[in-house]
Design a protein around this ligand. Structure first.
Ligand SMILES: [Zn+2]
Length: 280
């Protein structure tokens, strides 16, 4: 691999790790990349700015301190044949070094903070502000007053918090409770001719999906798999499995909420039209 390709890979790795990785995640990389890290001067992120109340461009610019720190780390983690250099570098090799990345909103100068801990050939994300959770919670706010989720809205927020802290089972349990509630409520609305008194959750979900199409048609080929994942009891999954399943479960709940929201909005629009016409 050429030096330029190597540097591009190092850049992509670092940028993705800072901006997209979950908190407390540790990743390994080639210690040779420290000299590339020292050479990066600028990074750009597109993120929501709660001060500008809009999506904005956030910019990070390297400073002397970060540059020097990476130069030192590059030195400490290079194998040298010289016993004197080895003697100087080796004690620092597995020492922890902390670096703060400050991304400024180009609109209002608000800062998004990320703190990384470098140790040998590993990096761990140990801090982030605002958290992924606060951004996601903001996006979910529009569903707050929907009747279907009113009682469980707080649990929807807690699931986001739990997921952002890598608590797979907790995040999954909250979503699963909301999902069960929505399916049960919709099933109760179905005509008696369709309903069965002893229907299993799986049967209820299939009947509701037939009416509401809660599983997107694009996922038709995966439908039976999705049904089986969603109908399994929460006690059947391990921590990591729950963490992996969370995004799928979340997407399906969001799709259901989107349906309710657009129904509510169309109803409001129709009422407005009726009101206007009546006044004429
Ligand atoms: Zn801003």
């Amino acid at each position: 691999m050429s030096e330029i390709d190597e540097s591009v890979n190092a850049y992509k790795f670092l940028q993705n790790f800072i901006l997209s990785e979950q908190l407390y995640k540790t990743a390994e990389f080639d210690a040779k990349w420290y000299s590339s890290f020292a050479g990066f001067s600028r990074m750009i992120d597109h993120d929501y700015c709660d001060h500008c109340s809009a999506n904005s461009v956030f910019e990070w610019n390297c400073d002397q301190y970060i540059h020097d720190m990476f130069c030192k780390l590059a030195e400490y983690n290079t194998d040298s044949q010289n016993p004197i250099i080895r003697c100087i570098n080796d004690p620092h090799r597995n020492q922890e070094f902390f670096i703060d990345y400050l991304f400024f909103c180009t609109g209002c100068k608000r800062i998004h903070y990320y703190t990384l801990m470098f140790k040998g050939n590993t990096v761990t994300k140990i801090g982030q502000y605002p958290s992924f959770a606060s951004k996601e919670k903001l996006e979910l706010k529009k569903y707050k007053n929907l009747n279907i989720v009113k009682k469980y809205y707080i649990e929807l927020m807690r699931s986001v918090d739990a997921y952002s802290q890598h608590m797979g089972i907790a995040s999954f349990v909250y979503l699963r409770r909301i999902y069960e509630h929505m399916v049960e409520k919709e099933y109760a609305k179905l005509p008696d001719t369709i309903k069965k008194s002893n229907a299993s959750f799986d049967e209820k979900m299939k009947a509701v999906d037939k009416k509401l199409h809660i599983i997107p048609p694009e996922l038709d080929t995966q439908k039976s798999k999705i049904y089986s994942v969603l109908s399994k009891g929460i006690h059947e999954y391990e921590e990591d499995e729950c963490y992996e399943l969370y995004p799928a479960m979340r997407t399906i709940i969001i799709l259901m909420l989107e349906n309710y929201l657009s129904d509510k909005e169309s109803k409001q629009q129709l009422e407005e039209i009726e009101k206007t016409l009546k006044s004429k």
